[in-house]
Design a protein around this ligand. Structure first.
Ligand code: SF4
Length: 79
């Protein structure tokens, strides 16, 4: 399981999440940050500091937010 960064991050790119992630699994994409779902240890630290509440637990994703998990998987696919 992992946390997922969703639409409010787009264009916001606040970056507080980067500083608190203990496993450094957050990386910058073109218009938003992404969490590597394979490395995230599900601690929730990033979600509590996000100023725009963009970070959601995988199991709490709404159908509209689900594509953001796929986007994250694709982003880290060839890394
Ligand atoms: Fe990093 Fe924890 Fe957020 Fe996962 S839940 S991205 S491990 S800070």
């Amino acid at each position: 399981m992992a946390f997922v960064i969703t639409s409010p991050c787009k264009g916001e790119l606040a970056g507080e999440c980067l500083a608190v992630c203990p496993v450094e699994c957050i990386d910058k994409g073109e218009d938003q940050f992404f969490i590597d779902p394979d490395l995230c240890i599900d601690c929730g630290a990033c979600a509590s500091v996000c100023p725009v509440d963009a970070i959601v637990e995988e199991y709490d994703l709404t159908p509209e937010q689900e594509p953001y998990l796929e986007k994250a998987e694709k982003f880290f696919e060839n890394r």
